[in-house]
Design a protein around this ligand. Structure first.
Ligand code: SF4
Ligand code: SF4
Length: 502
Protein backbone atom coordinates (compact mmCIF):
# COMPACT_ATOMS: atom_id res chain seq x y z
CA UNK A 1 0.00 0.00 0.00
CA UNK A 2 1.41 3.41 -0.94
CA UNK A 3 0.84 6.71 0.86
CA UNK A 4 -0.47 9.80 -0.90
CA UNK A 5 -0.40 13.30 0.55
CA UNK A 6 -2.78 16.16 -0.27
CA UNK A 7 -0.87 19.10 -1.75
CA UNK A 8 -3.36 21.50 -0.25
CA UNK A 9 -3.97 20.41 3.37
CA UNK A 10 -1.30 17.72 3.89
CA UNK A 11 -3.76 14.93 4.71
CA UNK A 12 -2.27 11.47 4.03
CA UNK A 13 -4.25 8.59 2.49
CA UNK A 14 -3.12 4.98 1.98
CA UNK A 15 -4.09 3.51 -1.36
CA UNK A 16 -2.83 0.74 -3.66
CA UNK A 17 -3.44 2.89 -6.71
CA UNK A 18 -2.78 6.49 -7.67
CA UNK A 19 -5.63 8.79 -6.68
CA UNK A 20 -7.49 10.50 -9.48
CA UNK A 21 -10.18 13.12 -10.00
CA UNK A 22 -12.94 10.78 -8.82
CA UNK A 23 -11.47 10.89 -5.29
CA UNK A 24 -12.06 13.84 -2.99
CA UNK A 25 -9.90 14.77 0.03
CA UNK A 26 -11.90 14.10 3.25
CA UNK A 27 -10.30 17.15 4.88
CA UNK A 28 -10.30 19.90 2.25
CA UNK A 29 -12.34 18.32 -0.57
CA UNK A 30 -9.88 18.91 -3.42
CA UNK A 31 -9.75 16.18 -6.04
CA UNK A 32 -7.40 13.18 -5.90
CA UNK A 33 -5.14 14.43 -8.71
CA UNK A 34 -3.78 16.94 -6.19
CA UNK A 35 -2.37 14.11 -4.06
CA UNK A 36 1.29 13.16 -4.48
CA UNK A 37 3.01 9.95 -3.50
CA UNK A 38 4.90 10.02 -0.19
CA UNK A 39 8.33 8.39 -0.60
CA UNK A 40 9.20 5.26 1.38
CA UNK A 41 11.02 5.72 4.71
CA UNK A 42 14.18 4.18 3.25
CA UNK A 43 14.18 6.76 0.50
CA UNK A 44 13.69 9.53 3.05
CA UNK A 45 16.64 8.22 5.05
CA UNK A 46 18.83 8.22 1.97
CA UNK A 47 17.85 11.81 1.29
CA UNK A 48 18.59 12.79 4.88
CA UNK A 49 22.08 11.23 4.60
CA UNK A 50 22.64 13.29 1.50
CA UNK A 51 22.30 16.61 3.36
CA UNK A 52 25.51 18.44 4.30
CA UNK A 53 25.50 18.20 8.11
CA UNK A 54 25.13 21.62 9.64
CA UNK A 55 24.03 22.68 13.14
CA UNK A 56 23.04 26.11 11.88
CA UNK A 57 19.29 25.79 11.83
CA UNK A 58 18.65 29.18 10.23
CA UNK A 59 20.71 28.37 7.15
CA UNK A 60 19.39 26.65 4.01
CA UNK A 61 20.08 22.94 3.95
CA UNK A 62 22.09 21.78 0.97
CA UNK A 63 22.43 18.25 -0.41
CA UNK A 64 25.89 16.80 -0.97
CA UNK A 65 24.68 15.73 -4.40
CA UNK A 66 23.41 19.20 -5.35
CA UNK A 67 25.10 19.76 -8.72
CA UNK A 68 25.10 23.55 -8.44
CA UNK A 69 25.98 24.74 -4.94
CA UNK A 70 27.78 23.57 -1.82
CA UNK A 71 28.49 24.81 1.68
CA UNK A 72 31.58 25.60 3.73
CA UNK A 73 29.93 24.95 7.10
CA UNK A 74 32.71 26.47 9.21
CA UNK A 75 32.21 29.89 7.56
CA UNK A 76 28.52 30.03 8.48
CA UNK A 77 27.42 32.39 11.27
CA UNK A 78 23.79 31.21 11.20
CA UNK A 79 22.53 34.67 10.24
CA UNK A 80 19.60 33.22 8.30
CA UNK A 81 20.01 35.49 5.26
CA UNK A 82 20.24 32.56 2.86
CA UNK A 83 16.98 30.98 3.99
CA UNK A 84 15.21 34.35 3.98
CA UNK A 85 16.50 34.90 0.43
CA UNK A 86 15.44 31.41 -0.63
CA UNK A 87 11.95 31.93 0.74
CA UNK A 88 11.29 35.60 0.11
CA UNK A 89 13.39 36.46 -2.92
CA UNK A 90 13.42 33.16 -4.83
CA UNK A 91 9.97 31.95 -3.75
CA UNK A 92 10.72 28.42 -2.49
CA UNK A 93 7.90 27.23 -0.25
CA UNK A 94 8.92 26.27 3.26
CA UNK A 95 5.51 25.82 4.84
CA UNK A 96 5.62 22.02 4.59
CA UNK A 97 8.58 21.57 6.89
CA UNK A 98 10.85 24.44 7.91
CA UNK A 99 13.91 22.27 8.43
CA UNK A 100 13.56 19.36 6.08
CA UNK A 101 12.53 21.00 2.85
CA UNK A 102 15.64 21.47 0.77
CA UNK A 103 13.86 21.84 -2.56
CA UNK A 104 16.53 23.58 -4.56
CA UNK A 105 16.16 25.14 -7.98
CA UNK A 106 19.92 25.74 -8.08
CA UNK A 107 19.74 29.48 -8.81
CA UNK A 108 22.51 30.33 -6.33
CA UNK A 109 20.83 33.44 -4.95
CA UNK A 110 21.84 32.15 -1.48
CA UNK A 111 25.42 32.33 -2.79
CA UNK A 112 25.08 35.96 -3.82
CA UNK A 113 23.40 36.97 -0.53
CA UNK A 114 25.58 35.09 2.00
CA UNK A 115 27.83 37.64 3.79
CA UNK A 116 30.42 35.03 4.78
CA UNK A 117 31.15 33.17 1.55
CA UNK A 118 29.72 30.06 3.21
CA UNK A 119 27.61 28.95 0.23
CA UNK A 120 29.47 28.66 -3.03
CA UNK A 121 28.98 27.42 -6.58
CA UNK A 122 30.13 23.81 -6.79
CA UNK A 123 33.68 24.05 -8.05
CA UNK A 124 34.04 22.18 -11.34
CA UNK A 125 37.05 24.02 -12.65
CA UNK A 126 39.61 21.71 -11.06
CA UNK A 127 38.54 18.79 -13.30
CA UNK A 128 38.86 21.11 -16.23
CA UNK A 129 42.37 22.11 -15.33
CA UNK A 130 43.35 18.44 -15.37
CA UNK A 131 41.70 17.90 -18.75
CA UNK A 132 43.38 20.98 -20.19
CA UNK A 133 46.76 19.80 -18.95
CA UNK A 134 46.33 16.29 -20.40
CA UNK A 135 45.62 17.66 -23.90
CA UNK A 136 43.89 14.42 -24.89
CA UNK A 137 40.59 15.96 -25.97
CA UNK A 138 39.47 18.84 -28.13
CA UNK A 139 38.54 21.45 -25.54
CA UNK A 140 35.77 23.78 -26.75
CA UNK A 141 34.59 26.61 -24.54
CA UNK A 142 31.56 28.86 -25.09
CA UNK A 143 30.92 32.00 -23.06
CA UNK A 144 27.47 33.20 -21.98
CA UNK A 145 26.55 36.85 -22.62
CA UNK A 146 26.52 38.03 -18.99
CA UNK A 147 30.02 36.78 -18.10
CA UNK A 148 31.74 39.50 -20.14
CA UNK A 149 30.26 42.28 -17.97
CA UNK A 150 31.22 40.75 -14.61
CA UNK A 151 34.53 38.93 -15.07
CA UNK A 152 36.73 42.05 -15.01
CA UNK A 153 35.25 42.98 -11.62
CA UNK A 154 37.27 40.08 -10.16
CA UNK A 155 40.42 41.91 -11.27
CA UNK A 156 39.56 45.30 -9.78
CA UNK A 157 37.80 46.84 -12.77
CA UNK A 158 34.66 49.02 -12.49
CA UNK A 159 31.40 47.06 -12.11
CA UNK A 160 29.88 46.32 -15.52
CA UNK A 161 33.15 46.73 -17.48
CA UNK A 162 32.78 45.03 -20.85
CA UNK A 163 35.75 42.66 -21.09
CA UNK A 164 34.93 40.30 -23.95
CA UNK A 165 38.34 40.56 -25.66
CA UNK A 166 40.40 39.96 -22.51
CA UNK A 167 38.13 37.06 -21.51
CA UNK A 168 38.72 35.37 -24.89
CA UNK A 169 42.50 35.82 -24.63
CA UNK A 170 42.47 34.40 -21.10
CA UNK A 171 40.59 31.29 -22.28
CA UNK A 172 43.12 30.76 -25.06
CA UNK A 173 46.01 31.08 -22.61
CA UNK A 174 44.29 28.52 -20.37
CA UNK A 175 44.58 26.05 -23.24
CA UNK A 176 41.16 25.84 -24.89
CA UNK A 177 41.32 24.77 -28.54
CA UNK A 178 38.22 26.73 -29.63
CA UNK A 179 36.66 29.76 -27.98
CA UNK A 180 33.06 30.29 -29.09
CA UNK A 181 30.25 32.62 -28.10
CA UNK A 182 26.87 31.60 -26.70
CA UNK A 183 25.40 34.74 -28.26
CA UNK A 184 25.29 32.46 -31.33
CA UNK A 185 23.26 29.90 -29.33
CA UNK A 186 21.04 32.77 -28.15
CA UNK A 187 20.39 33.82 -31.75
CA UNK A 188 19.52 30.24 -32.60
CA UNK A 189 17.15 30.08 -29.62
CA UNK A 190 15.40 33.19 -30.88
CA UNK A 191 15.06 31.83 -34.42
CA UNK A 192 13.37 28.73 -33.02
CA UNK A 193 11.39 30.40 -30.24
CA UNK A 194 10.02 33.17 -32.48
CA UNK A 195 8.90 30.56 -35.02
CA UNK A 196 7.34 28.47 -32.27
CA UNK A 197 5.50 31.59 -31.06
CA UNK A 198 4.21 32.38 -34.57
CA UNK A 199 3.05 28.76 -34.91
CA UNK A 200 1.15 29.02 -31.63
CA UNK A 201 -0.41 32.36 -32.67
CA UNK A 202 -1.56 30.70 -35.89
CA UNK A 203 -3.02 27.65 -34.16
CA UNK A 204 -4.24 29.52 -31.08
CA UNK A 205 -2.89 26.71 -28.89
CA UNK A 206 -0.95 27.01 -25.65
CA UNK A 207 -0.82 30.76 -25.33
CA UNK A 208 0.75 32.57 -23.64
CA UNK A 209 4.10 31.09 -24.53
CA UNK A 210 6.51 31.18 -21.58
CA UNK A 211 10.26 31.32 -22.16
CA UNK A 212 12.21 28.33 -20.84
CA UNK A 213 15.87 29.31 -21.01
CA UNK A 214 16.16 29.78 -17.24
CA UNK A 215 16.63 26.30 -15.69
CA UNK A 216 15.61 27.52 -12.24
CA UNK A 217 12.29 28.76 -13.61
CA UNK A 218 11.78 25.47 -15.48
CA UNK A 219 12.38 23.43 -12.32
CA UNK A 220 10.13 25.76 -10.31
CA UNK A 221 7.34 25.25 -12.87
CA UNK A 222 7.88 21.47 -12.82
CA UNK A 223 7.57 21.42 -9.02
CA UNK A 224 4.84 23.96 -8.30
CA UNK A 225 2.97 24.53 -11.59
CA UNK A 226 3.19 21.39 -13.76
CA UNK A 227 -0.04 22.49 -15.45
CA UNK A 228 2.00 25.28 -17.05
CA UNK A 229 4.51 22.96 -18.73
CA UNK A 230 2.68 22.75 -22.10
CA UNK A 231 2.88 26.55 -22.22
CA UNK A 232 6.65 26.64 -21.78
CA UNK A 233 8.62 26.98 -24.99
CA UNK A 234 10.04 23.66 -26.12
CA UNK A 235 13.27 25.43 -27.13
CA UNK A 236 16.39 24.43 -25.25
CA UNK A 237 18.34 27.26 -23.68
CA UNK A 238 21.15 28.95 -25.64
CA UNK A 239 23.78 26.76 -23.97
CA UNK A 240 21.67 23.67 -24.70
CA UNK A 241 21.40 24.56 -28.38
CA UNK A 242 25.06 25.57 -28.64
CA UNK A 243 26.13 22.24 -27.10
CA UNK A 244 24.06 20.24 -29.60
CA UNK A 245 25.35 22.21 -32.55
CA UNK A 246 29.02 21.99 -31.51
CA UNK A 247 28.90 18.17 -31.39
CA UNK A 248 27.08 17.86 -34.72
CA UNK A 249 27.37 20.67 -37.29
CA UNK A 250 30.56 22.22 -35.87
CA UNK A 251 32.24 18.81 -35.48
CA UNK A 252 31.31 17.93 -39.06
CA UNK A 253 32.65 21.24 -40.44
CA UNK A 254 35.90 20.98 -38.48
CA UNK A 255 36.22 17.24 -39.18
CA UNK A 256 36.41 16.33 -35.49
CA UNK A 257 35.03 13.14 -33.95
CA UNK A 258 32.28 14.48 -31.64
CA UNK A 259 33.27 11.92 -29.01
CA UNK A 260 36.63 13.68 -28.71
CA UNK A 261 35.06 17.05 -27.94
CA UNK A 262 34.71 18.33 -24.39
CA UNK A 263 32.10 21.09 -24.35
CA UNK A 264 32.64 23.65 -21.62
CA UNK A 265 30.36 26.57 -20.85
CA UNK A 266 31.29 29.65 -18.84
CA UNK A 267 28.07 30.93 -17.33
CA UNK A 268 26.88 33.52 -14.81
CA UNK A 269 24.57 30.84 -13.50
CA UNK A 270 24.90 28.00 -10.99
CA UNK A 271 21.68 26.37 -12.26
CA UNK A 272 23.31 25.69 -15.62
CA UNK A 273 25.46 23.08 -13.83
CA UNK A 274 22.19 21.31 -13.08
CA UNK A 275 20.66 21.94 -16.51
CA UNK A 276 23.42 20.21 -18.48
CA UNK A 277 22.97 17.03 -16.42
CA UNK A 278 19.27 16.70 -17.16
CA UNK A 279 18.17 13.78 -19.30
CA UNK A 280 16.13 16.26 -21.35
CA UNK A 281 19.48 17.65 -22.58
CA UNK A 282 20.72 14.53 -24.32
CA UNK A 283 19.70 15.48 -27.84
CA UNK A 284 23.11 14.73 -29.37
CA UNK A 285 23.10 11.23 -27.93
CA UNK A 286 19.70 10.56 -29.51
CA UNK A 287 20.65 12.21 -32.81
CA UNK A 288 24.01 10.44 -33.23
CA UNK A 289 22.80 7.26 -31.53
CA UNK A 290 25.83 7.24 -29.25
CA UNK A 291 25.06 6.48 -25.60
CA UNK A 292 27.97 8.08 -23.82
CA UNK A 293 27.84 11.56 -25.27
CA UNK A 294 26.41 14.65 -23.61
CA UNK A 295 25.38 17.91 -25.27
CA UNK A 296 27.51 19.86 -22.78
CA UNK A 297 30.13 18.39 -20.47
CA UNK A 298 31.02 21.08 -17.91
CA UNK A 299 29.73 24.41 -16.72
CA UNK A 300 31.96 26.76 -14.79
CA UNK A 301 30.82 30.08 -13.39
CA UNK A 302 32.29 33.55 -13.87
CA UNK A 303 33.97 33.29 -10.46
CA UNK A 304 35.45 29.90 -11.30
CA UNK A 305 36.91 31.27 -14.52
CA UNK A 306 38.45 34.12 -12.52
CA UNK A 307 40.02 31.52 -10.18
CA UNK A 308 41.46 29.63 -13.15
CA UNK A 309 42.99 32.83 -14.50
CA UNK A 310 44.46 33.75 -11.12
CA UNK A 311 45.79 30.24 -10.41
CA UNK A 312 47.48 30.21 -13.84
CA UNK A 313 49.14 33.56 -12.93
CA UNK A 314 47.75 35.22 -16.06
CA UNK A 315 47.90 39.01 -15.80
CA UNK A 316 44.39 40.15 -16.70
CA UNK A 317 45.58 43.75 -17.26
CA UNK A 318 48.10 42.64 -19.87
CA UNK A 319 45.71 40.46 -21.88
CA UNK A 320 45.15 41.51 -25.48
CA UNK A 321 41.72 41.98 -27.07
CA UNK A 322 41.10 38.54 -28.49
CA UNK A 323 38.32 37.51 -30.85
CA UNK A 324 36.15 34.40 -31.04
CA UNK A 325 36.77 31.49 -33.40
CA UNK A 326 34.48 30.91 -36.32
CA UNK A 327 31.93 29.40 -37.09
CA UNK A 328 29.84 29.71 -33.94
CA UNK A 329 31.71 32.72 -32.73
CA UNK A 330 29.45 35.60 -33.43
CA UNK A 331 26.07 36.68 -32.19
CA UNK A 332 23.86 39.64 -32.99
CA UNK A 333 22.93 42.38 -30.53
CA UNK A 334 19.81 40.34 -29.80
CA UNK A 335 22.02 37.48 -28.61
CA UNK A 336 24.12 39.81 -26.44
CA UNK A 337 21.14 41.24 -24.54
CA UNK A 338 19.96 37.76 -23.54
CA UNK A 339 21.93 38.35 -20.33
CA UNK A 340 19.55 41.16 -19.26
CA UNK A 341 16.01 40.96 -17.96
CA UNK A 342 13.73 41.68 -20.93
CA UNK A 343 16.50 40.72 -23.33
CA UNK A 344 14.92 37.49 -24.56
CA UNK A 345 11.61 39.27 -25.12
CA UNK A 346 13.22 42.10 -27.07
CA UNK A 347 15.27 39.68 -29.13
CA UNK A 348 12.17 37.62 -29.95
CA UNK A 349 10.09 40.66 -30.90
CA UNK A 350 12.78 41.87 -33.30
CA UNK A 351 12.49 38.53 -35.07
CA UNK A 352 8.70 38.38 -34.95
CA UNK A 353 8.56 41.88 -36.48
CA UNK A 354 10.77 40.77 -39.36
CA UNK A 355 8.72 37.61 -39.93
CA UNK A 356 5.46 39.52 -40.08
CA UNK A 357 6.60 42.56 -42.10
CA UNK A 358 9.71 41.47 -43.99
CA UNK A 359 11.41 44.62 -42.66
CA UNK A 360 14.03 45.34 -40.03
CA UNK A 361 12.51 46.36 -36.67
CA UNK A 362 12.03 50.08 -36.05
CA UNK A 363 13.82 52.09 -33.36
CA UNK A 364 10.94 51.57 -30.87
CA UNK A 365 11.68 47.83 -30.87
CA UNK A 366 15.47 48.20 -30.86
CA UNK A 367 15.20 50.28 -27.68
CA UNK A 368 12.11 48.74 -26.19
CA UNK A 369 12.12 50.66 -22.91
CA UNK A 370 8.84 49.19 -21.60
CA UNK A 371 10.46 45.82 -20.89
CA UNK A 372 13.75 47.18 -19.54
CA UNK A 373 14.51 47.97 -15.88
CA UNK A 374 14.28 46.22 -12.54
CA UNK A 375 10.55 45.99 -11.78
CA UNK A 376 9.36 42.47 -10.98
CA UNK A 377 6.72 42.42 -13.72
CA UNK A 378 6.85 44.66 -16.79
CA UNK A 379 4.25 44.56 -19.48
CA UNK A 380 3.78 46.08 -22.91
CA UNK A 381 1.63 45.81 -26.00
CA UNK A 382 3.30 45.74 -29.41
CA UNK A 383 1.31 46.29 -32.57
CA UNK A 384 2.74 44.68 -35.70
CA UNK A 385 0.69 44.65 -38.93
CA UNK A 386 -2.50 45.35 -36.94
CA UNK A 387 -1.74 42.42 -34.67
CA UNK A 388 -1.66 43.40 -31.01
CA UNK A 389 0.79 41.30 -29.01
CA UNK A 390 0.64 41.75 -25.25
CA UNK A 391 3.80 40.65 -23.51
CA UNK A 392 5.12 40.45 -19.96
CA UNK A 393 8.62 40.19 -18.53
CA UNK A 394 8.93 38.62 -15.10
CA UNK A 395 12.06 38.63 -12.96
CA UNK A 396 11.82 36.85 -9.62
CA UNK A 397 9.66 33.77 -9.21
CA UNK A 398 7.77 35.28 -6.27
CA UNK A 399 5.79 37.09 -8.98
CA UNK A 400 4.63 33.86 -10.60
CA UNK A 401 1.75 32.78 -8.28
CA UNK A 402 -0.19 36.03 -8.85
CA UNK A 403 0.29 35.81 -12.62
CA UNK A 404 -0.80 32.18 -12.74
CA UNK A 405 -3.88 32.93 -10.65
CA UNK A 406 -4.91 35.72 -13.02
CA UNK A 407 -4.26 33.54 -16.06
CA UNK A 408 -6.50 30.86 -14.55
CA UNK A 409 -9.26 33.43 -14.08
CA UNK A 410 -8.78 34.55 -17.71
CA UNK A 411 -7.96 38.02 -16.47
CA UNK A 412 -4.77 38.38 -18.48
CA UNK A 413 -4.42 38.34 -22.24
CA UNK A 414 -0.66 37.99 -22.52
CA UNK A 415 0.68 36.21 -25.58
CA UNK A 416 4.32 35.89 -24.58
CA UNK A 417 5.91 35.89 -21.10
CA UNK A 418 9.62 35.97 -20.36
CA UNK A 419 10.54 34.55 -16.96
CA UNK A 420 13.93 34.78 -15.27
CA UNK A 421 14.68 33.71 -11.73
CA UNK A 422 17.31 36.34 -10.99
CA UNK A 423 16.64 40.04 -10.58
CA UNK A 424 18.18 41.88 -13.52
CA UNK A 425 18.32 38.60 -15.47
CA UNK A 426 21.46 36.47 -15.82
CA UNK A 427 23.76 39.43 -15.09
CA UNK A 428 22.58 38.86 -11.48
CA UNK A 429 23.14 35.09 -11.52
CA UNK A 430 24.51 33.01 -8.64
CA UNK A 431 27.85 32.47 -10.39
CA UNK A 432 28.68 36.14 -10.87
CA UNK A 433 31.24 38.22 -8.99
CA UNK A 434 30.01 39.16 -5.51
CA UNK A 435 30.51 42.59 -3.94
CA UNK A 436 29.64 42.38 -0.26
CA UNK A 437 28.24 45.64 1.09
CA UNK A 438 27.58 47.23 -2.31
CA UNK A 439 24.07 48.08 -3.47
CA UNK A 440 22.91 45.10 -5.52
CA UNK A 441 20.60 47.08 -7.80
CA UNK A 442 23.42 49.48 -8.63
CA UNK A 443 25.55 46.49 -9.66
CA UNK A 444 22.73 45.02 -11.74
CA UNK A 445 22.06 48.28 -13.57
CA UNK A 446 25.74 48.79 -14.45
CA UNK A 447 26.04 45.29 -15.91
CA UNK A 448 22.76 45.72 -17.80
CA UNK A 449 24.08 48.93 -19.29
CA UNK A 450 27.30 47.16 -20.32
CA UNK A 451 25.33 44.71 -22.49
CA UNK A 452 22.94 47.31 -23.96
CA UNK A 453 25.88 49.49 -24.96
CA UNK A 454 27.37 46.56 -26.85
CA UNK A 455 24.03 45.85 -28.57
CA UNK A 456 23.91 49.49 -29.75
CA UNK A 457 27.37 49.19 -31.30
CA UNK A 458 26.82 46.02 -33.31
CA UNK A 459 26.08 45.96 -37.04
CA UNK A 460 23.62 43.09 -36.72
CA UNK A 461 20.98 43.76 -34.09
CA UNK A 462 18.62 40.87 -34.80
CA UNK A 463 19.15 37.12 -34.80
CA UNK A 464 17.93 36.57 -38.40
CA UNK A 465 20.66 38.97 -39.65
CA UNK A 466 23.54 36.97 -38.15
CA UNK A 467 25.53 35.50 -41.10
CA UNK A 468 26.45 32.39 -39.06
CA UNK A 469 22.76 31.81 -38.37
CA UNK A 470 21.89 32.18 -42.05
CA UNK A 471 24.61 29.69 -42.90
CA UNK A 472 23.55 27.02 -40.41
CA UNK A 473 19.95 27.09 -41.66
CA UNK A 474 21.14 26.98 -45.26
CA UNK A 475 23.63 24.14 -44.74
CA UNK A 476 22.22 22.10 -41.87
CA UNK A 477 18.94 22.88 -40.14
CA UNK A 478 17.00 24.03 -43.24
CA UNK A 479 14.45 26.17 -41.37
CA UNK A 480 13.37 27.00 -37.82
CA UNK A 481 11.33 24.21 -36.19
CA UNK A 482 12.34 21.79 -38.97
CA UNK A 483 12.53 18.09 -38.12
CA UNK A 484 16.27 18.36 -37.51
CA UNK A 485 15.80 21.45 -35.33
CA UNK A 486 13.15 19.66 -33.31
CA UNK A 487 15.52 16.73 -32.75
CA UNK A 488 18.55 18.76 -31.76
CA UNK A 489 17.23 22.01 -30.35
CA UNK A 490 13.94 21.26 -28.61
CA UNK A 491 12.91 19.24 -25.59
CA UNK A 492 10.02 18.80 -23.17
CA UNK A 493 9.56 18.67 -19.43
CA UNK A 494 7.49 16.64 -16.98
CA UNK A 495 5.95 17.25 -13.55
CA UNK A 496 8.21 17.08 -10.49
CA UNK A 497 5.56 17.70 -7.85
CA UNK A 498 6.83 14.68 -5.88
CA UNK A 499 10.01 16.63 -5.00
CA UNK A 500 7.97 19.24 -3.17
CA UNK A 501 6.78 16.62 -0.72
CA UNK A 502 9.94 14.70 -0.09
S1 SF4 B 1 23.66 33.44 4.66
FE1 SF4 B 1 25.65 32.39 4.82
S2 SF4 B 1 26.34 32.85 6.92
FE2 SF4 B 1 24.14 33.35 6.87
S3 SF4 B 1 23.12 31.45 7.55
FE3 SF4 B 1 23.23 31.33 5.30
S4 SF4 B 1 25.14 30.20 4.88
FE4 SF4 B 1 25.23 30.89 7.03
S1 SF4 C 1 18.02 34.11 -14.48
FE1 SF4 C 1 19.84 33.42 -15.58
S2 SF4 C 1 21.44 33.28 -14.02
FE2 SF4 C 1 19.47 33.34 -12.93
S3 SF4 C 1 18.95 31.17 -12.62
FE3 SF4 C 1 17.95 31.86 -14.51
S4 SF4 C 1 19.40 31.31 -16.16
FE4 SF4 C 1 20.52 31.25 -14.22
Amino acid sequence: MKKYKCKICGHVIESDQKLDKSFSCPMCEVSGDLFVEVPEKKELKEKENDIIQDKNDRAVRISKSNPAITKVVENCINCGICKKTCREVVGIRYEDDEVKTPVCIHCGQCVTHCPKDAIRPKQTYRYLKELLEKKEKIMVVSTAPAVRVALAEEFGYEVGTFAEGKMISALRKLGFDYVLDITFGADLTIMEEAQEFLNRIQSGNHLPQFTSCCPSWVKYAEIYYPELLPYLSSCKSPIGMQGSIIKTYFAEKKKINPCHIVNVVVAPCTAKKYEIQRKEMENVSRYLEIEEIRDNDYVITTTELAKMIKEASISFDDLEEGSYDSILGKGSGAGVIFGNTGGVMQAALRNVYYHLTGKNPPERLLHFEAVRGLEGVKEATVTIQNMKIKVAVVQGLTNIPAIVEKLKQNELDYRFIEVMNCKGGCIGGGGQTIHIGMNKDEIRLKRIQGLYQEDDKLTYRSSYENPDIKRIYREFLKKPCSKKSETLLHTKYASKTHIYFK
